[in-house]
Write a protein that binds this ligand. Sequence first.
Ligand SMILES: [Fe+2]
Ligand SMILES: [Fe+2]
Length: 374
Amino acid sequence: MGEINMVPSNPTVNKLCERLKELHDEVKEWLPGINRIAVALYDRETDMLKTFISSTDDGNPLDHYQAELSKVRSLKEMSLSRTNRTINDISVLASSGSEHTKKLLEKGYLSSHTVPIVHNDEFHGFVFFDASEINYFSESAVHNLDVYAQLVGLLCVSEFNAIRTLRAAVKTAREISHYRDEETGFHLIRMANFSRIIALELADKHNLSDEFIEFLFNFAPLHDIGKIAIPDNILLKQGALSEEERTTMQTHVFKGAEIVEKLINGFNMETMPKIDMLKNIVLYHHEAMDGSGYPQGLSGKNIPIEARIVSVSDVFDALTSVRPYKKAWTNDDAFAFIKEKSPDIFDAECVSALIRQRQQVEKIQKRFSEDVFG
Ligand SMILES: [Fe+2]
Ligand SMILES: [Fe+2]
């Protein structure tokens, strides 16, 4: 225990993006007019299409962009029909007024080709190719690009398959153990979405890429996996824990890091990207800004940002949820509480980011409410 040496994950290092840039360079050898290749990923639970990675010749016009797929009709149709689409002149769409069309035109992109990512009969998102000439995408160009699009799509999907496998393994472990109460229901989905909301708010200031945010969103629900190794008599105890029991309970962060380590080795996931981020979340989500948290008593910026974000979103959702021992707090009370506990316990930036995005928070709460059956 405690032997795990952590390296803080670096939000700016971004392997998948580098691979996309290499592919982009290759494509440009025979189609030099393609200025941008971008991938947006789809989350079925929230119906959200989110920018993920991109390679552009000059900056990125669509960072941290998201839209509900059902509200973007042309893309929604493509996701259902699973067919490609070429737009020969984007400027004719200018009057449609959509934000992303406007941004593309601002950057001088005049034509585009879009391919849905479909893997195992499931729709995962889109690959976009953009060029600064009208009518750039001839039939033969499109044919070759589709091969690349499949490759790019597969690259992205396979990264997330590893995480899915990991989450499925954890879910099974949870079902075998008795640790189910807090982690069933929508707690994990909500706290993952709150983490994403905070990260998007902090993205510019902290240089968090869309790729970083997407991994955070996928890893956040694993924060308490170590609890499957805590004995039931402590985990399920009604009422206050003794000093000794509390100490045992706190070991869930080390146990979690050990489980991650074992799963990674067992599933040959050593090459899984951002694995340090997952370990940081598991190990440090109970640290406090003033150093009074556990397991290492890290303080301030020494606590990795992913752990600072998850600790706010996790506690906020715990407060606003019903638990066997308490009623659900109102959002006002929960916001007031986390604000009062910052900057000593929680990162004040994360707290104000969540409060600023109250509307989005409430949208997620409404969508994933425990009161709604069926
Ligand atoms: Fe925890
Ligand atoms: Fe939690």
